[in-house]
Write a protein that binds this ligand. Structure first.
Ligand code: NOJ
Length: 561
């Protein structure tokens, strides 16, 4: 019997348009310079007006904020700076009253070192919580090297004199890794998930999830191991018991509710990614792979349009029949979308932002739209290390210094790639601090806020914001953009990314110009007669069956019968 094709099966979570909110930077309701839950509540109608159908809010649990909330000290408490549980209850009700689903970050590869479990664990080798974390007794010698993303020396083992042992931290030293091999730890995590689902959460974004399972003998890495993304994921990711744990999580929690879970990180291959989400696996629902935002290799080796097309098309092809992917071009860990994939000059920022939003909202896969990208917010490009707030930037700087790296080059890269670029405050209006806060914000506001802000764009029909709204409405009202098959058209065109979406008798064509100049695109025979469903310019020039696209023009055409 033919294997069931699950990718086209209808599921509510495939139909969502997810808006990602970094709460620290969204809206500050109490004037302390830090965004908060009440701030989100004040902006519920704005969020609804975007036409998005779900939100993912980055962590708001109690946290000492070594990594802005990704270091949790209490999973059942709200971070003081963000408010309290009453605020959470009001916020989630506000979303649900507006028919917006709520996706929560679940950060359970690690906790904060200020979590009670870790305090107990580090207090004695005989403490009941000792095995909640990974400890290596010093008398066994130094443990084999493990890479840490945020450590000043890049070393994931930290020596703790109190019990003469090392503990493991794949991220900062204040983010010790939980020991998922301990069934007690897993039980605690499932309890936490039940707690939040009962409060109304509709989905979980599983932070750093490919790393939860470890070979606890911590063998040496094979010869030739390098600290690059590929090797780190290959040797730290997709550990031996990962699937057992996920299946258990599915059985104990996910399968009991109408919730979905998306895995941040997907291992090293399509096979790995599929093993997490194909329907017959009974594990998770959606993958969030990074290849789309890792295309090109730094400033020295920028990507081409061919690379961009190739990455998105190969993921699409692999997930055509089974499993489901996310589509995103930015989040809180990477540069702003328009700076990375468009053109953030004064001349082209607007057109290229609209073009990229057209891509997000017409591709197959669930779109994740990062807050501020609906305005075309761009990188802030900090120049001096003292301006950075992010632990990854600060510790990365110390590490580069101690390694004697070329610091000029390091700073150039940081200025472009730093996570702080996408964490600057939301630009609400042209008043001081961009209307984000009445006090000095925790991180600098991008100085283009006088022109680039919600208030200015609300009143301008051609704004990036209003174009975004047209596109969300188009997607929501046309299942062809959700379930339609995808096919590249004129795939070798170096200037235009074109693809069709087809569902039953409906055929749509999306044309995206990625260049600063005009470009010509020969319309295929079956699209000579069409209706324009979306356009980021006021006209579309057609001559002899050929479209003459303007710089960064993005059009969505439907075939006329
Ligand atoms: C991935 C998150 O997106 C990132 O912001 C965080 O620093 C790490 N995981 C550690 O939790």
């Amino acid at each position: 019997m033919a294997k069931s094709k699950t990718s086209s099966s209808k599921k509510w979570w495939k139909e969502q348009i997810i808006y990602q909110i970094y709460p620290r930077s969204f809206f500050d309701s109490d004037g302390d310079g830090i965004g908060d839950l009440k701030g989100i509540i004040e902006k519920l109608d704005y969020i609804k007006s975007l036409g998005v159908t779900a939100v993912w809010v980055n962590p708001f649990y109690a946290s000492p904020n070594d990594d802005n909330g990704y270091d949790i000290s209490d999973y059942r408490k709200i971070m003081d700076e963000f408010g309290n549980m009453d605020d959470f209850n009001e916020m989630i009700k506000g979303f649900h009253d507006r028919d917006i689903k709520f996706v929560m970050d679940l950060v359970v590869n690690h906790t904060s070192d200020e979590h009670e479990w870790f305090k107990q664990s580090r207090s004695s080798r005989y403490n009941l919580y000792r095995d909640y974390y990974h400890w290596w007794p010093a008398e066994n010698g130094k443990p084999n090297y493990r890479f840490s993303y945020f450590d000043e020396k890049g070393d994931a083992w930290k020596y703790d004199a109190h019990t003469d042992a090392y503990y493991l931290h794949y991220f900062s030293a204040k983010q010790p890794d939980l020991n998922w091999e301990n069934p007690e730890v897993r039980r605690e995590i499932y309890d936490i998930m039940h707690f939040w689902v009962k409060k109304g959460v509709d989905g979980f974004r599983l932070d750093a999830f490919q790393f939860i399972s470890k070979d606890t003998s911590f063998p040496p890495f094979p010869k030739g191991y390098q600290n690059n993304v590929v090797d780190v994921i290959k040797h730290h990711g997709m550990g031996p018991t990962l699937h057992d744990h996920i299946r258990e999580m599915n059985k104990e929690v996910l399968s009991k509710y109408e919730v979905f879970a998306v895995s941040e990180g997907v291992g090293s291959s399509f096979e790995d990614a599929h093993s997490l989400v194909d329907e017959d696996r009974n594990e998770l629902q959606m993958v969030y792979h990074f290849e789309g935002v890792e295309v090109g290799n730094g400033l020295d080796d920028p990507h081409t349009l061919a690379d961009f097309k190739q990455v998105h098309s190969k993921w699409e092809a692999s997930f055509k029949d089974n499993g489901w992917i996310s589509i995103f071009l930015a989040n809180h860990d990477v540069p702003r979308m328009v700076s990375r994939f468009g053109n953030d000059s004064d001349e082209f920022r607007v057109a290229s932002s609209k073009m990229l939003n057209t891509f997000l909202l017409t591709m197959r896969g669930t779109p994740y739209c990062y807050f501020g990208d609906e305005l075309g917010m761009k990188n802030i490009y900090f120049q001096h290390i003292s301006e950075y707030q992010d632990i990854a930037a600060k510790n990365g700087y110390k590490k580069a210094l101690s390694e004697g790296r070329d610091m000029k080059k390091f700073m150039q890269n940081l200025s472009f790639y730093s996570r702080d670029n996408s964490r600057t405050p939301m630009q609400w209006d042209n008043s001081e601090h961009a209307g984000f806060s009445s006090d000095l914000p925790w991180i600098a506001v991008n100085q283009d806020y006088k022109e680039v802000n919600v208030a200015a764009q609300e009143t301008c029909p051609d704004s990036v914001l209003n174009h975004f709204r047209q596109l969300t409405s188009l997607r929501t009202n046309n299942p062809v953009l959700i379930y339609g098959t995808y096919q590249q058209v004129d795939k070798d065109n170096p200037e235009v990314y074109a693809y069709s979406r087809t569902l039953d008798s409906q055929v749509w064509l999306v044309l995206l110009s990625f260049v600063e100049t005009d470009s010509i695109f020969q319309l295929p025979d079956n699209m000579q007669s069409f209706e324009i469903q979306g356009n980021n310019y006021s006209e579309l020039r057609i001559n002899d069956g050929r479209a003459k696209l303007k710089a960064y023009q993005a059009v969505v055409l439907s075939q006329k019968g």
